[in-house]
Design a protein around this ligand. Sequence first.
Ligand code: ATP
Ligand code: MG
Length: 391
Amino acid sequence: MKELIIFKEGEIALKGLNKRSFEDAFIHNLKHRLRPLGKFEYEKAQSTIYAVPAEEDIDLDEAVERGSKVFGAAALCRAAAVEKDFEEISRKAVEYIKDTAEISRTFKVEAKRSDKKFPMTSPEICTELGGRILEAYPHLKVDVKDPQMIVTVEIRDTAAYIHAGNIKAAGGIPVGTSGSAMLLLSGGIDSPVAAYMMAKRGVRLSAIHYVSPPYTSERARMKVERLCEKLTAYCGDIAFYCVPFTKIQEALRDNCPEEFFTIIMRRLMLEIAQRIAEEKEIQALVTGESIGQVASQTMGAIVCTDAVCRMPVFRPVVGMDKTEIVEIARKIDTFDISIEPYEDCCTVFTPKHPKTRPVPEEVEAAQKAFDFEPLVEEAVKNTELKVIKLA
Ligand code: ATP
Ligand code: MG
């Protein structure tokens, strides 16, 4: 039996005049995700997107799995494509819904007829097909209000599509429809979750990571690249910038008061990130900070780091507690990588007593103890770019 995948639009169905550009962005992203599995043809009609295999032997389970991570659809399902003849439709429908029918007690049939030449009306299809399903599965009862199984028949120009049982899709809006941002990506739990949250709102992400060899290892950097690879399932390809940060951290250690060490380091991280972002015309920064989580994430510390920023800094996990962040990290499959015990540049030379209530003037004065500008320029110049592509 020929099968296809159907995507139901979520939020983008509510868009007004520019709905089409959101749909096109969704299809563009979906194509990119499904292309490695084989060729598909795409159709759209009435807030629904159809991905129809154009080759034999495409792994549809994998396609559903991939498709369920593309932002912009609320639900998706596999469907059977059959000839537009009622006998054929009812025979195939009874067979196709078998697995779902066996675990359900109640059902209803929904019919959509975009081919108005089809000889039966939608209510006729519902009644007739409902009868056939009851004959085949006598344990079922019809429940039009709250059925466990909804069998949908769509009579389209080329074929009739039958499906039962939607799966929850990724939601959100398509990546690329909400501008671009640079994510400060560490090897921790929070920043990959921040990436997911921003991508869900349609933001195209690049990632920046700071390394301090020999204090941080090559394996720590590889870990972050693996996190990026995981994120491509949701974000698409990611431009990954790796910044050599050792000289800056050593200069900090040797020249600035210890209690301000973390906060000055964070200001320098943001400065470097925004210079590269400006050069690449990226519009904003993103971090995985959650207010109050650690000393560098108090309101005071955030005020002091934001004081150097010329562009918006988004912190999408700011209002979440750790358990909520972990739940998402597990869902997007970054958690197991994040908890691998590698060092991060933020944890080398950490002060024993960081200032938890710093004020910007004090921090600025402390930072003036050394002229970081040449080192910042050098770090920007020596930053390596690698594009992490979807596997
Ligand atoms: P995470 O779990 O994301 O590492 P965290 O709770 O460990 O966060 P910090 O280590 O204080 O918090 O880092 C706060 C934020 O700073 C991170 O979420 C990330 O956005 C950024 N960050 C920290 N270390 C790095 C790094 N080495 N490279 C790039 N960004 C970093
Ligand atoms: Mg961290």
